[in-house]
Design a protein around this ligand. Structure first.
Ligand SMILES: Nc1ncnc2c1ncn2[C@@H]1O[C@H](COP(=O)(O)OP(=O)(O)OP(=O)(O)O)[C@@H](O)[C@H]1O
Length: 361
């Protein structure tokens, strides 16, 4: 395993908390050497519970985890020195200065980077004499990251690494994680920012209620989901005035006032047919917008679709997701299905579930 293949591996992993609640239900994925792999999911989906198993902080109830070829719980002595961990909440003494914190950590880390190098990496070189309690939330996240990188780890676990960072700080962190990847570091990160996953991740998995609902490269996860075209029909025109939609590849539609949204499996064919019709009919399609499916759309389908259809509690056994595929719970609605006229517009403006601010109980 330690030869350029799978460096992090979860195989049919379950995690139960006291009381029997199964937070992780048969999760499987693997991360190859030098990859950045993102775990996505709504609050409570099981991301942290899964990552903690890989960090060796707990043992799975069922299934197996391997990091660098070893069980991270049983062989913590072998795995821990080669991994860097950034938890959701750092929890270091707030009276220490930034430099003292680094030095304290370095004392427990073999082959630690020099203090200046670690702080330079995360953009905190100018804050070395500041007490931790005086740092901003974003600066604390940077210090967390500096500590995770102190031992030049081969494997990096980052739990919501950019929560609390401003846009510039987030981009700095992305550049750093990419640079680490380019030098061979394998990274598993959890995030609530879909843009972060799109920017960084070589591959990803979307967890929902403790299971992998979709996995693969972003393009694979998004593939098969309908593209969308929206526009406004002018006064006096109705849906029935459009050319027949099914032959244009349209699989569903929604109408809200004058606004029409078409879902299509063939964006070019639909757009061409629509625009040819508009030119012939001398119709202006106001607010015309055409876009391929996005990770956000897939994520929302999983979050809302599965939430609507799931009893949310029964342990139904392992359900590994196909690469680039969605679980049945999140399947695209059938061709031609459409809500009644006047239904609310689609969920492209819906807010994503926010990041959890606090630490773990
Ligand atoms: N110590 C615990 N005891 C009991 N249940 C727990 C414990 N820790 C987490 N859970 C529950 O397990 C489920 C998964 O939690 P987890 O923190 O792994 O989710 P997450 O995907 O990381 O969520 P978030 O995005 O909010 O960090 C949640 O329902 C949570 O309430």
């Amino acid at each position: 395993m330690d030869n350029g293949e799978s460096v992090i591996e979860a195989a049919g992993v379950w995690r139960r908390y006291s009381g029997g609640f199964a937070a992780v239900r048969g999760v499987s994925f693997s991360v190859r050497r030098g990859e950045i792999f993102a775990l996505l999911g709504t609050n409570g989906a099981g991301k942290t519970s899964t990552v903690e198993l890989l960090e060796g902080l707990a043992r799975p109830a069922e299934g197996a985890v391997r990091v660098l070829g070893h069980d991270p719980f049983d062989r913590r002595d072998l795995v821990r020195p080669r991994t860097g961990v950034m938890l959701q909440e750092g929890g270091f003494p707030s009276e220490l200065t930034v430099a003292e914190t680094i030095r304290m950590w370095a004392g427990c880390t073999s082959g630690a980077r020099p203090e200046g190098e670690a702080l330079e990496l995360v953009g905190l070189a100018g804050r070395r004499r500041v007490r931790v309690k005086q740092l901003s939330g974003g600066e604390r996240r940077r210090l967390d990251l500096a500590l995770a990188l102190l031992g030049r780890p081969e494997v990096l676990f980052l739990d919501e690494p950019t929560t609390g960072l401003d846009a510039e700080g987030r981009r700095d962190t992305w550049a750093l994680v990419r640079a680490l990847r380019d030098s061979g570091t394998t990274t598993l990160l959890t995030t609530h920012y879909l843009e972060e996953a799109e920017e960084l991740a070589d591959r990803l998995a979307i967890l929902h209620e403790g299971r992998v609902a979709a996995t693969g490269r972003v393009a694979e996860v998004v593939a098969g989901h309908p593209s969308r075209i929206s526009f406004q029909l002018p006064e006096g025109y109705f849906l029935g005035d459009l050319p027949p939609l099914a032959p244009l590849g349209v699989t569903g539609h929604e109408i809200s006032g004058r606004r029409v949204l078409l879902r299509t499996g063939d964006l070019q064919r639909t757009a061409t047919g629509l625009l040819l019709w508009a030119r012939e009919a001398r119709v202006e399609l106001a607010a015309l917008d055409a876009r391929t499916a996005s990770l956000e759309e897939v994520f929302l389908r999983i979050a809302t679709g599965a939430a609507a259809g799931s009893p949310g509690g029964a342990d139904t056994g392992e359900q590994p997701a196909r690469e680039g595929a969605l679980s049945p719970a999140a399947a695209v609605p059938g061709a031609g299905t459409a809500p009644p006229a006047g239904a609310a517009p689609p969920g492209d403006a819906a807010a994503l579930p926010g990041a959890r601010g606090g630490g773990r109980a």
